[in-house]
Design a protein around this ligand. Sequence first.
Ligand code: SF4
Length: 81
Amino acid sequence: MRIEYDYDTCIGMFQCVAEWDAFQEDKDAGKAILEGSEEVEEDLFVREVPEGAELDAKFAARACPVEAITVYDDDGEQLVP
Ligand code: SF4
């Protein structure tokens, strides 16, 4: 499972932070940070979701009010939102 986080879209509501601890608050920037991710293109951060964190990652994606977080399965199919 893979998670993508669009930094530019994020408006710093921090619901994702409450759902999965890979998301951290950057209060100064008013943005979330996705720990362990790689910036694959400008403002697009990607990482694998480790085993056991799948539900948390999906909840984080569901909780985001601006759909800045997207979760894909291993075949590249979009699961959430
Ligand atoms: S829930 Fe969405 S808008 Fe809020 S901090 Fe997380 S990514 Fe940003």
